[in-house]
Every structure is written in structure tokens, then in C-alpha cells.
Design a protein around this ligand. Structure first.
Ligand code: SF4
Length: 700
């Protein structure tokens, strides 16, 4: 590294690639992959490679606070002092009249750990409500429940390093070739070097990941539990299970066995739409492997039965004893860069910091004592969808939205519009005017973006990295922690007099002491000088923890891993019918990120998938008299989308696909996939059901 270079981490996905930042003679930022970084070894995907455009182009940035006194007036520029005075006086008045549960914060998996920590401390410790949830609810919460109930805590057991040690991968409901590209490059290289390595992909679409796989199980959406149970049954019948591990290190096998034997492989094949021989083949590949890794993402999590799908997949690691050893284990692929860091500090309506349990009185007492407050409320806060439901119904009066764009990303966006119109007071804290949500702000606060503030993030493999501030934020934009702390002081709260992000980080780290995520000896100096670390890092000399559970002692009371039995083997989404005969599934495209407020301004990222299209199977296109390129009208119970058709046999018959990135500001209200999606959530994780909406399609 040259003298004028600094290291940072990509701010897009949870892979967490290392980036070297340089500046040209005009002080413009340049980026390149960090060859010394353990995650990406110098590689960057198209999004990471173009991050400098996002930093250097400030044309869309919110530059100063804007406020309006009533909805009939336009917003006007105000000072920071006036903006935060107003925010505090409105929050105080609402809380006085309606109680603390009438206000809430909706934050983001892209927030830094320090920001997440302060927002949680402010809300749960001082405002007196647990109404703080995050857009991570939309991506990881089913996996969180899966991990907690299986291993006793929300803990990803393995490392990227395990990829190069495994010989079997089951990639379920994920397309890492597009969505976690650098991780997938590692997988591709591993297979190229070791052709005996086998990859199985489970997905209703023939994605690039599926095309690379040895076996593609193109299942009917929503039938995952049946499929994984059938694989479990076949493993049992062939004797490809780890009896010793099951007997000595797990609980619940008897009930699991009963459930997997309730459906034959033949029946499962019919339900899932996957040939019987392929189910058998998948089981045999898994059962005969030395190192088995399952990887999954939104196809499992974003479902009405997302938690059950997680259980069914996790059970395959338990039945084969493939946990806590090199090259094996379950591995959820985190979408956002700091979804895991957010969970560490309790960034959800039902969590407490350092993986403590909101519903445990002793844990609430410990957290309250640490923050110097009387108590933490024992009432779960509103989760993401509940929050907007409550706004629509008038139960929640004020919401503070940070670094996320629910007007495009939430399910059933028309409901979100109604909720926003009905809210008494909306604060939006963001970097870009391009966020559709900004239009609804009564108070719009300019936030600093990537490289404009310092802090830490944790990637998918528990790796914490330090991100430096390298450029000044534009205009009057401020770091989110500064905004939160100044607001807290205006509210009259003590305990927010920090001089730096480092002080906030140190406070959080001291809270982790003695826990399973102990980083109490991992300070900014170590992160700056020694690089990234995987938690736990329980002492000064500790170099981080690659793998959890190598001693086969899990975090459950019995120290055994638990076979959790899916409550429902069938999908519970509203079924297709004569009016809505097709299943809509939504997802990401290779070069775009979330609602495109950043990637949408980089022209070279638009060439790969320039506009949203409906991917439809030739048989369904024929039935509906649709030709390639026709404008189609897609309808669900919730709304309408009109986009061109792309006829492809990459998608299973009776299923259609829409990308989720496009929203109103970026083209048209009719491009927004979430006009259609349903408001069902998984009952355990409260994660929305983005992957299964009954729709009709016709030529427009
Ligand atoms: Fe960034 Fe993810 Fe691409 Fe790595 S894989 S460069 S973290 S977007």
C-alpha cells in the first residue's frame, strides 16, 4: 500500500470486500480491490469497482436540512439547530400525548455498527419503546430465527475459508453469481481447481449460479421444506447420516425423523416439481461428501414459511454432522453490508444488544443498567411491516427513517404510501434526493455517506472491519451518529456526549465482554493496524475466530444443536387461482443495488439489465398470447405493474419474475415490483413473503 492509500470495505453487499482508496490530483476518489484482503484478494465485482462514481458524483445529494410546518407547505431550508429542535419538540409532544410506543425508527442494514448501536440505545433505552426495526427484517430475519433455535444464538458457524475446504455445496434460493459475486468467484475457482467438487442449486429460475451447478433442482416456489425433508429421508434410508453426532450433540431427532418419513420421496417429487432421481442424487452427493456447506439467501428467507425453510435446510447439516469442522456448515448469505453488525447491537424490534433476549427480564435489566436507565420495555416493538401498518392505522404517529427507501423496497408499496400520508410526522435521514421516501419527509436530514464518516461493519462471516473517513461530507451533511446524539441531547437525554465514533464503538465493545460475541479487546487501533477480525475476539492477543462450535458445544441450554421441526411443510402464501394463476417471484439483477439510489446513477451499471422486464416461460407466454418485447400488464390483489416481456425458459412454467430495484422516481410507478407483492409475513420471523404472489399477466 502506498503512503496516500487507505483501506476500506465495500458498502454494498455482505460479502465485505476490501477496497483500497486513492485520490487523483483533483482529490477525486479512486477505488481498487485490496489484494491483501482475506475476503476478495484484490477482486471486486461491477458494483464495488464503480463505487468511486457514487462518491465523486454529488449531484443528487441532500445538502442541508429541510423542513415544512404543514403538509400544505413546501419544505424549506433550515439550520441544523432548528431542524433538531423541531424533531425533539414533535417527538416530546407525541410521546406526552400518546405514549412512547407512538414513535419509532426504521433503520438500515447499510448503517454502520456505531450508528445502529446509538439508534438502539436512543430508542430502547431512552425513548422507552422497542419500536426500532430495520430493512434487515426484509432479508435476514428468518435466518436469525433459524440460527437462534438451532444453535442457541444468531451465529454463523463458518468462514469463507471453508469454501476452499468443502467438496459439496447446496445453494438454496440464492444466485450468488449475481448477488454475492466475489464469493461465487471463489467457489468457481475452487471447482475449477478441484473438478470433483459438486454444486447443487435449488431455484425456480435457471440463474447463472444454476447454470454453473452440477445439479439444478428447479422446484416450484414455496416447496422447499418438502424438498429438504425428502433429501433428509433419503440420507437416512441410505445410512448417510452421522449417528454419533446426532446422538451426542443434538436434540429432537426423533420428531425430525417422524416428519421426514411422513412424505415419500416420490410424493415430494410431485409436490416440488423436481424429478425423483434428482432428489436422490442430491442426497447422495451431500451424504457422500467430506465437507458439506449449505448457502442460502432470500429464496428461503423471504417467505411465509421462511423460518420453516431455514429449519429444514439447517437440519441437513445436523443429520450429516456437518457443523463445526473444516469445510462444513450452514452459511446464510447476508444481503446488506452490515446486517450482521446491526443484529449484534440489537437492531431489531425483538432483539437487545449483544445477542441478549428482549423477553428475558434479567437481560433487560442488564442492558438498562449498562445504559443507566430505569428499564427497557418488555413489549416487542413494531417490526418493519407492522410499523407501516401501525402508521396507516394511526397507532404509530411519528417515524424516523434512516438510510432506506421503503416506498420501493417494502411489500405492497401502495399501503406504504397510505401509511406515509397518514403519519403525523416523518423524518427522513438519507444521502440522496433520489430516494422516493424523501418526498414524504416533514423533516429531511442530510446524512454523510460511505467514506464521509468512520465506523465499523460486520460481513457475512462475522468479520469486523474499520471504515475510515476519507472525504468531507457535502454541504451540511453529518454522520448519522452525530445527528442521533444531537437529537438525543435536544430530548434532554444523558449518555450521548461522545466525542467520536470510536467512543461509541468502545462502549459497545465493553458491553460484549463475556458474551459469545465478545470483542471487548478489539479496538479501532487493532482494526486499523492489523486489519479485519472475525468475532469473537476475547483478548488482546486473539486473532479472531474462523469457525464456531469446533468443540461441538452449542449455545443452547443443553449445549446440543436442536432439530427444529417445520410447523408447516406446505407453503402458506395465498394460493394461485383462476383470477391470479401465476406465481410472481421477485429478486435482484447483477449490477443494481436495492432501490438504485446509488447504482442507478452509474451509467455503466445500467447496460447489463437496463430496464425492468417480466421474465416469463414460453408456455405461459403462449397461453397468454404474449410475444417477446410486448408490454405486459401484471396484476395482483394489491396493484398493477406494466413492463415488457422477456420470454425465457430460464424460469419455470407457471412462475414469472420481476426485478425489485425500480421505483417511481427512477421511471414510473408502474415499474415497481412491490406494487404487487403481498403483505403476508412469516409468523416467527415477521419477514415478508416477497417470493410468492399470485398474479395474472396479459398483453397490455
Ligand atoms: Fe462489494 Fe459485494 Fe461486490 Fe464485494 S461482492 S465488491 S462486497 S458488492
Amino acid at each position: 500500500m502506498l503512503k496516500n492509500e487507505v483501506k476500506s470495505t465495500c458498502s454494498y453487499c455482505g460479502v465485505g470486500c476490501g477496497i483500497i482508496i486513492k485520490k487523483d490530483t483533483n482529490d477525486n476518489v479512486l477505488v481498487e480491490g485490496d489484494k491483501e484482503h482475506p475476503v476478495n484478494k484484490g477482486m471486486l465485482c461491477s458494483k464495488g469497482m464503480n463505487l468511486h462514481y457514487v462518491v465523486n458524483d454529488r449531484s443528487d445529494r441532500i445538502l442541508y436540512p429541510e423542513m415544512r410546518w404543514s403538509r400544505s407547505h413546501p419544505r424549506e431550508r433550515v439550520s441544523w439547530n432548528d431542524a433538531l429542535e423541531r424533531a425533539a419538540s414533535v417527538f416530546k409532544a407525541i410521546i406526552k400525548k400518546h405514549g412512547p410506543d407512538s414513535v419509532g425508527f426504521y433503520v438500515s442494514g447499510q448503517s454502520l455498527t456505531e450508528e445502529y448501536y446509538i439508534a438502539n440505545k436512543l430508542t430502547k433505552g431512552f425513548l422507552g419503546t422497542n419500536n426500532i426495526d430495520t430493512n434487515s427484517r426484509l432479508c435476514m430475519s428468518s435466518a436469525v430465527v433459524g440460527y437462534k433455535k438451532t444453535f442457541g444464538e444468531d451465529s454463523v458457524p463458518i468462514s469463507y475459508e471453508d469454501i476452499e475446504l468443502a467438496d459439496c455445496f447446496l445453494i438454496a434460493g440464492a444466485n450468488p453469481a449475481w448477488c454475492h459475486p466475489i464469493l461465487f468467484r471463489r467457489l468457481e475457482k475452487h471447482k475449477e481447481d478441484n473438478p470433483e467438487v459438486k454444486i447443487i442449486v435449488v431455484d425456480p429460475r435457471k440463474t447463472d449460479s444454476a447454470n454453473f451447478a452440477d445439479l439444478h433442482l428447479q422446484l416450484i416456489p414455496g416447496t422447499d421444506v418438502v424438498l429438504y425433508n425428502a433429501i433428509g429421508r433419503r440420507l437416512f434410508e441410505r445410512g448417510l447420516i452421522d449417528d454419533d453426532f446426532i446422538k451426542n450433540h443434538t436434540e429432537g431427532f426423533k420428531d425430525y425423523k417422524e416428519q421426514i418419513f411422513s412424505t415419500s420421496v416420490k410424493q415430494a417429487s410431485k409436490i416440488c416439481g423436481v424429478p425423483e432421481k434428482d432428489i436422490r442424487k442430491a442426497a447422495d452427493i451431500i451424504g457422500l461428501s467430506k465437507g458439506f456447506i449449505s448457502m442460502w439467501a432470500m429464496g428461503l428467507n423471504q417467505s411465509a414459511v421462511g423460518t420453516d425453510k431455514n429449519f429444514a435446510l439447517l437440519n441437513l447439516s445436523l443429520i450429516t454432522g456437518q457443523v463445526g469442522k473444516p469445510g462444513s456448515g450452514p452459511f446464510s448469505l447476508t444481503g446488506q453490508p452490515n446486517a450482521m453488525g446491526g443484529r449484534e447491537v440489537g437492531g431489531m424490534a425483538n432483539l437487545l444488544a449483544v445477542h441478549k433476549d428482549l423477553f428475558n427480564p434479567e437481560h433487560r435489566r442488564e442492558v438498562a443498567q449498562f445504559w443507566g436507565v430505569d428499564k427497557i420495555s418488555d413489549k416487542a416493538g413494531y417490526t418493519a411491516t407492522e410499523m407501516f401498518d401501525a402508521l396507516e392505522k394511526g397507532k404509530l404517529k411519528a417515524v424516523w427513517i434512516v438510510c432506506t427507501n421503503p416506498l420501493v423496497s417494502m411489500p405492497n408499496t401502495h399501503q406504504i404510501e397510505r401509511a406515509m400520508k397518514n403519519a403525523k410526522f416523518i423524518v427522513v435521514q438519507d444521502i440522496s434526493h433520489k430516494s422516493d421516501t424523501a418526498a414524504y419527509a416533514d423533516l429531511l436530514l442530510p446524512a454523510a455517506g460511505w467514506l464521509e464518516k468512520e465506523g465499523t461493519m460486520t460481513n457475512s462471516e462475522r468479520r469486523i472491519s474499520y471504515l475510515p473517513q476519507e472525504v468531507r461530507p457535502p454541504g451540511e451533511a453529518k454522520a448519522d451518529v452525530e445527528i442521533f446524539c444531537e437529537f438525543a441531547k435536544k430530548m434532554g437525554f444523558r449518555g450521548f456526549n461522545y466525542n467520536s465514533s470510536e467512543e461509541i464503538y468502545n462502549e459497545y465493545c465493553s458491553m460484549t465482554k463475556g458474551t459469545n460475541i465478545d470483542v471487548s479487546y478489539l479496538n479501532y487501533d487493532r482494526l486499523k493496524n492489523e486489519g479485519t477480525f472475525q468475532w469473537p475476539v476475547p483478548d488482546y492477543r486473539h486473532s479472531g475466530t474462523k469457525r464456531l462450535f469446533e468443540d461441538k458445544k452449542f449455545y443452547t441450554p443443553s449445549q446440543k444443536a436442536i432439530f427444529n421441526i417445520p410447523k408447516s411443510i406446505e407453503n402458506t402464501s395465498p394460493k394461485t387461482n383462476d383470477n391470479y394463476p401465476l406465481i410472481l417471484t421477485t429478486g435482484r439483477v447483477r449490477d443494481q443495488w436495492h432501490t438504485m439510489t446509488r447504482t442507478g446513477k452509474v451509467s455503466r451499471l445500467k447496460t447489463h439489465y437496463p430496464t425492468p422486464v417480466l421474465e416469463i416461460n414460453p408456455i405461459d407466454a403462449h397461453i397468454n398470447k404474449i410475444k417477446n418485447g410486448d408490454i405486459t400488464e401484471i396484476k395482483s390483489q394489491n396493484g398493477v405493474v406494466r413492463v415488457r416481456a422477456s420470454i425465457t425458459d430460464n424460469i419455470k412454467e407457471s412462475v414469472v419474475f420481476l426485478p425489485m430495484h425500480w421505483g417511481k422516481k427512477l421511471q414510473s410507478d408502474l415499474n415497481r415490483a412491490n406494487n404487487l407483492t403481498n403483505t403476508i409475513v412469516d409468523p416467527q420471523s415477521k419477514e415478508p413473503d416477497f417470493k410468492y404472489t399470485a398474479v395474472s399477466v396479459k398483453k397490455y
